[in-house]
Design a protein around this ligand. Structure first.
Ligand SMILES: Nc1ncnc2c1ncn2[C@@H]1O[C@H](COP(=O)(O)OP(=O)(O)OP(=O)(O)O)[C@@H](O)[C@H]1O
Length: 243
């Protein structure tokens, strides 16, 4: 299986604070990979480094074979992020947000309209296409944010807490959408909802204090921790077996 992302001792330090210790890890193409951990584990910092928003302190990563330290512009074309905080312009409509994103990516006017139409259809955004971003519900804002991240057909998509604060129905709708996306895109997802990770992820990496505490499928993690369920296994790994 070909690697989508190869971390090669990638680390990040903020002054005295080690946010991510040197990490070595491979995420495969086509995988839906979960990054889990308690607050401050280093998940967002890791994604920020891989998307060029934070400069690594040491190490490198290969993204579809391109070196993060040497070929960031190539990586930016392959990878997109749907961030924790919504990236949508509040006073623009759904359609205008998508058009703007397409233009930012350098698509012609015609191509931008074509891309916008396709994403409105793919995400069933038709009923809301003329509604301003700020007037959408949380679930629809999140769907729009993911649609915007997909405007340039990235090969890899980072979803940082995609269902944070959503009700269970909106969450399930997003899960269905993410499951469809995995057919064409490698996805790295962070979440605090363990049932979300269990339901969606092929493999999960559990981080704490910038370090990998466990890595594997849900079943492998449960067996390694000698627990009955994933929640108990997660608690075991992040407390060092104390709970
Ligand atoms: N710009 C920064 N300057 C200093 N410290 C930072 C900075 N960004 C993050 N940190 C620290 O690095 C550590 C990792 O933070 P990070 O946001 O990556 O964690 P996280 O796993 O994404 O947490 P959460 O689940 O709360 O989003 C934390 O201790 C945080 O306080």
């Amino acid at each position: 299986m070909n690697a989508a992302i190869e971390l090669q001792g990638l680390s990040k330090r903020f002054k005295e604070k080690v946010a991510v210790s040197p990490m070595t890890l491979t995420i495969n193409q086509g995988e839906l990979f979960g990054l889990l951990g308690v607050n401050g584990a280093g998940k967002t910092t890791l994604l920020n480094m891989l998307s060029g928003l934070a400069k690594p302190s040491t190490g490198d990563a290969l993204v579809l074979g391109h070196s993060l330290s040497k070929e960031l512009p190539s990586i930016r074309k392959l990878l997109a992020v749907s961030p924790q905080e919504t990236s949508i312009a509040p006073n623009l409509s759904v359609r205008e947000n998508l058009l703007l994103m397409a233009r930012i990516h350098g698509f012609s006017k015609e191509k931008s309209i074509e891309k916008t139409e396709a994403l409105i259809s793919q995400f069933s955004l038709q009923p809301y296409e003329h509604q301003r971003g700020k007037n959408l519900s949380g679930g629809w804002q999140r769907k729009l944010s993911i649609a915007m991240a997909l405007i340039a057909d990235p090969r890899i998509l980072f979803l940082d807490e995609p269902t944070l604060g959503l009700d269970i129905i909106s969450r399930r709708e997003l899960w269905a959408m993410i499951n469809k996306l995995r057919e064409t895109t490698t996805i790295v997802l962070t979440t605090h909802y363990l049932e979300e990770a269990e339901s969606l992820c092929d493999r999960i990496c559990i981080m704490k204090d910038g370090e990998i505490k466990a890595l594997g499928t849900v079943d492998e993690l449960i067996i390694t921790a000698s627990k009955e369920n994933f929640e108990d296994a997660f608690v075991h790994f992040v407390t060092g077996g104390e709970l």
